[in-house]
Design a protein around this ligand. Structure first.
Ligand SMILES: Cc1cc2nc3c(=O)[nH]c(=O)nc-3n(C[C@H](O)[C@H](O)[C@H](O)COP(=O)(O)OP(=O)(O)OC[C@H]3O[C@@H](n4cnc5c(N)ncnc54)[C@H](O)[C@@H]3O)c2cc1C
Length: 444
């Protein structure tokens, strides 16, 4: 047990908490500790496909949007690697995903406040001292226990499978998060079906399509969405991924939030334009190459998934709502590119009564991401799509959240935020000439 309490302990070191660690590192008065269960930083290793890029410009690195002068910036990484001129001439605005992973590993290796190979398994609270005790085990099997005044939980999501997979042994199903590790096994079959039409689904389909002739498998890409839609990136739409919009969204009625999120699906859930163009070109070219069959099917919601009776492959049932028909499909292999969901970790069981929950058993975060009843001790990263909207998972907003979190954690605003971040007024201001006449009751 380390007797001296930390000002805060952060659990998990994905990009969100890693950025917080980088912003905290130079603050000599702040005692922080970051605990990550993996032996070393890695960013979605199953999806580090060649040629895939971040959806955000390089300024959405770990620190720049909070502190462009930070030694942990991507540009400083290039400079220290002796690659700044190559980067400048290449004009690589959107970093390769593999490059972002390398950059994050570089940052992680320079942090004294980060301990990898430390999995947190329990947290307790001592009423007398007001301290949290964070307990777990190292990769070498040794137990650890640290004390802290405050906590930041940033543990990311777990793979989500469609409801139709209920009852199946999920360890037998391939999710896009394990795609690279499973690729060779998938390609050994005669048919593969990819489910889900977000960016990950499109990347998996594109990758498998490129190699389909070489391996000789047929390939299907199926989505329940009404179409394979493109990620919106018009400038005025991107103003919805700003701190100002996040603040506006937070104050909306829950019913209005749910409707807005549904409407915004194509901003946070579509396929980027350049990938759609590459895919379309590939589909067109392979017609002249005598390549194995491939099909793209929309409006097909998976209803059930089970092992085929002969034990080889899978039987999938779909419902096509507009046609009001059901379809059955037999395939050797399936990849579920169906996203992630948040799972409340078991390690909060010891402090459940200190946390505020919503009616669905999810955290109920304050505007500044506190989930304890006093709004000042337990903070969460990247878990509030329903409360904070589409700004929640976006890497471009992680710096802003981290600068605000640090202010909450330390009581000092080390990285002040800009007051105006959008040209639009999400709420008409008093001097706008638009006079408020009254308020209707929403969601009653
Ligand atoms: C393939 C892919 C590409 C994406 N690309 C983009 C993009 O281009 N732009 C964008 O804005 N967003 C993108 N996202 C969305 C989002 O930015 C990422 O999911 C991001 O990794 C979220 O960061 P995080 O820190 O919240 O969680 P994670 O990256 O999931 O990290 C959580 C960490 O917590 C650790 N952990 C979990 N439990 C424990 C425990 N008990 N003890 C200690 N450690 C623990 C895990 O090992 C993990 O390292 C992408 C998502 C995916 C899946």
């Amino acid at each position: 047990m380390h007797e001296m309490p930390y000002d805060f302990i952060a659990i998990g070191a994905g990009p969100c908490n890693l950025g917080l660690a980088c912003l905290t590192a130079p603050l000599r008065d702040v005692r922080s500790l970051f605990l990550e269960r993996k032996a070393a930083f890695s960013w979605h290793p199953g999806m580090l496909l060649d040629g895939t890029t971040l959806q955000n410009p390089f300024l959405a690195d770990l620190v720049s949007m909070a502190d462009p002068t930070s030694p942990f910036s991507y540009l400083n990484y290039c400079k220290l690697q002796g690659r700044l001129y190559n980067y400048y001439i290449r004009e690589n605005w959107y970093l390769d995903r593999q490059e972002f992973d390398r950059y994050c590993r570089w940052a992680a290796a320079r942090l004294e406040n980060l301990r990898c190979g430390h999995e947190v398994s329990n947290i307790g609270h001592d009423a007398a001292s007001g301290l949290y005790q964070v307990v777990g085990r190292t990769a070498e099997g040794e137990s650890f226990a640290y004390l802290a005044r405050k906590l930041v939980i940033g543990i990311g999501g777990v793979p989500r499978f469609p409801d139709g997979c209920a009852g199946q042994d999920l360890s037998q199903l391939v999710h896009s998060s394990q795609y690279l590790a499973e690729r060779a096994r998938l390609q050994a079959g005669r048919s593969i079906t990819v489910i889900g039409s977000g960016q990950s689904g499109a990347e998996v389909y594109h990758d498998l399509l490129q190699a389909s002739k070489q391996h000789g498998y047929s390939l299907n890409w199926v989505t329940r969405a009404p179409r394979f839609f493109q990620m919106e990136d018009a400038k005025l739409t991107l103003e919805l991924i700003t701190p100002e919009y996040g603040d506006y969204f937070y104050d909306l009625h829950p019913t209005v939030k749910a409707e807005a999120l549904d409407d915004q699906r194509s901003i946070y859930n579509g396929i980027n334009q350049s990938l759609i163009q590459r895919l379309y070109a590939l589909l067109d070219e392979r017609r002249h190459r005598n390549a194995p069959a491939t099909r793209l099917l929309s409006c097909m919601a998976l209803e059930s998934c089970r092992r085929a009776q002969d034990g080889r492959g899978w039987e999938l049932d779909f419902r096509h709502a507009p046609l009001a028909r059901r379809y059955r499909h037999r395939t050797d292999a399936v990849v579920f590119a169906t996203g992630y969901r948040y799972q409340v970790p078991l390690f909060v069981n010891g402090i459940r009564d200190r946390i505020r929950w919503d009616q669905h058993g999810r955290y109920a975060p304050s505007r500044r991401w506190a989930v304890d009843h006093q709004n000042c001790e337990i903070f969460v990263q990247n878990v509030g799509l329903q409360s904070h909207g589409l700004t929640n998972p976006d890497l471009g907003l992680a710096c802003h959240r981290n600068s605000r979190l640090l202010a909450e954690l330390t009581g000092h605003d080390y990285y002040p935020s800009e007051t105006r971040t959008a040209f639009q007024d999400f709420v008409p201001t008093e001097d706008s000439g638009f006079v408020a006449l009254g308020r209707e009751v929403v969601g009653s």
